[in-house]
Write a protein of this length. Structure first.
Length: 204
């Protein structure tokens, strides 16, 4: 059995940076965002359900989903957002579970499950341990505004639309503070890897 690590964080907190650190260690990373994009491709089950639920206006002239328009439709509407999640997440979970089984068959001792909504979507139930990457709020705002070229008000709306980071941190087994330099983040990552390797020996 592989040790499944659930990796999550908030928008612009640096989860992708830590995910890449796992990748560079040769540890398989299952990217739920990549899977989510695939399960809504043309004629996939999730694609058909989304069109039924949200209408033909969500389709581009190419036949693909208008992801930008769909995003706007659900951003300030919790009920619509929940409907979309209820369509997409079960399909993503099927693929994630298949990927986990594949890596276990290959004998991988550690597998990382990279999921932005790890706790919100209950993907943490597939994991042995969870890791949350966080920053202080000021740094998060600054990074988001620079990264996505948005105003302070737009950044605030995006951050407020997510779970409070304190809630995620309470649920996490391990925490990585990505508020400072990349070197400091790497130090914390290396400490985490020592703990993970110790845990893999305990369960092997």
């Amino acid at each position: 059995m592989s040790l499944i690590i659930g990796l999550t964080g908030g928008i612009a907190t640096g989860k992708s940076t830590v995910s890449e650190m796992f990748h560079k260690k040769g540890i398989p990373v299952i990217d739920s965002d990549r899977i989510a994009r695939k399960v809504v491709e043309i004629n996939q089950p999730a694609y058909k359900k989304i069109v039924e639920e949200f209408g033909q206006e969500m389709i581009l002239c190419t036949g693909h989903l208008n992801r930008k328009k769909l995003g706007k439709a659900i951003f300030n509407d919790e009920e619509k957002r929940e409907k979309l999640n209820n369509i997409v997440h079960p399909e993503v979970q099927k693929v994630v579970e298949k990927e986990i089984r594949k890596y276990e068959t290959l004998g991988e001792p550690i597998v990382v499950l990279d999921v932005p909504l790890l706790f919100e979507s209950h993907f943490n139930e597939l994991c042995d341990i969870t890791v949350v990457v966080f920053t202080d709020r000021k740094t998060q705002y600054q990074r988001l505004m620079i990264r996505d070229n948005v105003s302070n008000e737009q950044a605030e709306k995006r951050i407020e639309a997510q779970w409070d980071m304190k809630k995620k941190l309470r649920l996490a087994d391990f925490k990585i503070d990505n508020s400072l330099s990349i070197l400091e983040t790497k130090k914390q990552f290396d400490m985490l890897m020592k703990k993970i390797k110790k845990k893999t020996k305990e369960i092997s």
